[in-house]
Design a protein around this ligand. Structure first.
Ligand SMILES: O=C(O)[C@H](O)[C@@H](O)[C@H](O)[C@H](O)COP(=O)(O)O
Length: 260
């Protein structure tokens, strides 16, 4: 079962948005993200966004940067979180925070106090990834508002060929965690092996979850995620926003979805 909501959520019905190719896809996601942030800011003041790692997630951030000059987004009122982090040194090029900074965050006037990066290896917890995950749980708890409000406004997620999201891989403890909002991962099949990740418990507290992927290699994961609720076998299937779950894919990634 994907999760146990107290009541039916509209986000339990994923919507599929198919674009011609990866470039069109990331441009569409970037434009929509800028609009969504501006809309949230207009009604609630600040917006909270979860960034993700990988080619697709960072590609979207580059597009956001290219497009943001004329947007209504007030960067000083954007709270930035991460779906997961590679537990490497802070300046390591593989670190998701580092890549997001290079692609976008270093070039827009984000309030440094609102950048909620996951701890790096060699930082205040040394190599203790569990302590780093616990520190992120504290950040999430401090950011939590009343139960009626979502934890995040938009949660971006890339998708792996076997259906992983963040650092939640099929048939792992992390993917089965529905209590703690963030956990450490030590044996991640995608290098680097040690990571910190949000769990489905916190991802599903987003108002909108946006899964973004392209290419034929992702076609099976996309088709299966849209037809199963088994988040242990396919973690992406468990990622549902409270209000919306949007799958942004290109034609190749959508090629095995029936009744598009
Ligand atoms: O840090 C990471 O590696 C990610 O957060 C991971 O979950 C990524 O989003 C997917 O593996 C998709 O990656 P691609 O977009 O490169 O396929």
């Amino acid at each position: 079962m994907a999760h146990t909501p107290a009541q039916a959520r509209t986000g339990d019905r994923p919507e599929l948005l198919v674009h011609a190719d990866g470039d069109e896809l990331s441009a569409a996601v970037a434009a929509r993200l800028l609009m969504r942030i501006a809309d949230v800011q207009a009604t609630r003041g600040a917006a909270s966004v979860v960034l993700t790692g990988g080619r697709t997630g960072i590609g979207v951030l580059r597009q956001v940067y290219d497009m943001c000059t004329h947007s209504a987004v007030d960067w000083s009122r954007v709270n930035v979180f991460w779906s997961d982090e590679r537990f490497v040194d802070r300046a390591h090029p593989e670190r998701n925070e580092q890549q997001a900074r290079e692609a976008l965050l270093d070039h827009v006037p984000v309030d440094p106090e609102r950048i909620y990066a996951m701890e790096a290896s060699g930082g205040r917890f040394g190599t203790d990834v569990e302590a780093a995950a616990a520190a992120y749980r504290d950040i999430l708890a401090a950011h939590s508002q009343d139960a009626g409000r979502p934890l995040f406004d938009v949660c971006l997620l890339g998708v792996g060929e076997e259906g992983h999201i963040g650092s939640l891989f099929p048939h792992t403890h992390a993917a089965a965690e529905w209590e703690a909002g963030a956990v450490g991962v030590r044996d991640c099949p995608k290098p680097p092996a040690t990571r910190v990740t949000l769990t489905l418990a916190s991802i599903c507290r987003a108002d909108e979850v946006w899964l973004i992927t392209d290419g034929a290699a992702k076609a099976d994961a996309v088709a299966t995620a849209l037809t199963t609720r088994d988040s242990q076998a396919l973690p992406a299937a468990g990622a549902c926003g409270r209000t919306r779950t949007l799958w942004f894919v290109d034609e190749k990634a959508a090629s095995r979805v029936e009744h598009q």
